[in-house]
Design a protein. Structure first.
Ligand code: BDR
Ligand code: CA
Length: 344
């Protein structure tokens, strides 16, 4: 049975994805490439979960599994703006793809590198582009600093990063912001509308074991790969009681929000990235007050930049949208409504 997608009423949203592939970036790439609501114009790679060359190799491996058309992929920053790179291989595996020994790809990175790939994709688009950073925001900050004119053709930025409450890289900082806080601060200050898909919603969308086990056996290589990645994710986060029972779709949730913005409830709050050295570096300080505090009244601190912060997500619908979309590829997935029904 061919899975049916939610009806599409709009033309696909043109996007540029910035990734540090990465188990969950891989799931986001799968969703974005296969979604009829998303048009992936370019992909930029950055050091984060792994070094940038591994990120490029992983990105190509995912595009091969998807049998994706030629999408420009740019190799970007090797390290954050200020600090050294610090990978997350203890979470994502030595290859940052759950140690699956994926085959090498014959795809080649685009000439000119990530910043140029992003710049061209944005400026050459007849319609405004949505920028989707799913990684430390080094590339995006460099782009905005080097070519501020891209802002005029950006519909907005939907980023995975930060949190209202708590962290993962540190007690209070989420990995993508913590890895390059200066870059995140530049992005929030750029004057482009930002939607922040932070840990508060990131941790909510899972695929249950009984479903990802079905995916693993699928003849479509991309669907089978998604099953293995979700199993890896589940193994790593099983001990965290804040996370639902299953493999996290992670960054793919932010891509789902590009396709279906109504999946999340957002609140427009000032957000500040903490840059001071110490335990709070990289924290997104989200100001949820309704009444001005003494800091503002006495001009001690400026307010942060207004950001649409995702505070709730329809996790069941997001998970279903993710599964339906990745299973609707040309590879004739065997995953039908029965497999997805197990999930509900
Ligand atoms: C983010 O950091 C990475 O580990 C994931 O790919 C995701 O983008 C979560 O903090
Ligand atoms: Ca990522």
């Amino acid at each position: 049975m061919t899975p049916s997608l939610e009806p599409t009423t709009t033309t696909p949203t043109p996007v540029v994805l910035d990734v540090d592939t990465g188990v969950d970036d891989a799931l986001a790439l799968m969703f974005a490439v296969r979604s009829p609501d998303v048009d992936v114009r370019a992909i930029s790679c950055v050091a984060g979960n792994a070094d940038v060359d591994q990120v490029v190799a992983n990105t190509f491996a995912v595009l091969d599994a998807l049998d994706a058309p030629a999408i420009p992929v740019g190799r970007g920053a090797e390290r954050p703006l200020v600090e050294p790179a610090r990978d997350a291989r203890h979470i994502h595996g030595a290859d940052a793809m759950g140690d699956q020994g994926l085959p090498d790809s014959s795809r080649e990175p685009a000439d000119g590198g990530a910043i140029d790939v992003m710049r061209r994709a944005i400026l050459e688009s007849p319609e405004p582009v949505t920028l989707v950073p799913l990684a430390p925001m080094t590339n995006v900050a460099l782009l905005l600093r080097a070519y501020p004119e891209v802002r005029d053709n950006l519909a907005g930025i939907v980023l995975m990063g930060g949190a209202v409450d708590g962290g993962n890289a540190t007690a209070v900082a989420e990995f993508n912001v913590w890895h390059d806080p200066e870059a995140a601060a530049i992005v929030l200050a750029a004057g482009v509308p930002v939607t922040m898909y932070g840990l508060d919603v990131f941790t909510q969308v899972v695929v249950e074991a009984k479903t990802y086990e079905v995916l693993r056996g699928d003849p479509d290589p991309a669907v089978a790969l998604a099953g293995r990645l979700l199993a890896h994710s589940h193994d790593v986060i099983r001990a965290d009681p804040r996370v639902g029972h299953g493999g996290l779709i992670g960054d793919a949730g932010a891509a789902c929000v590009v396709a279906r913005p109504d999946l999340v409830t957002v609140r427009r709050w000032p957000v500040h990235v903490e840059l001071a050295p110490g335990r709070s570096r990289g924290q997104t300080v989200v100001d949820r007050r309704y009444v001005l505090g003494e800091d503002a009244v006495h001009g001690v601190e400026s307010l942060g930049h207004l950001v649409d912060v995702a505070v709730e997500i329809d996790a069941a619908r997001a998970s279903d949208l993710f599964l339906t979309t990745i299973c609707a590829g040309p590879g004739a997935s065997q995953v039908d409504d029965t497999a997805r029904a197990v999930q509900r």
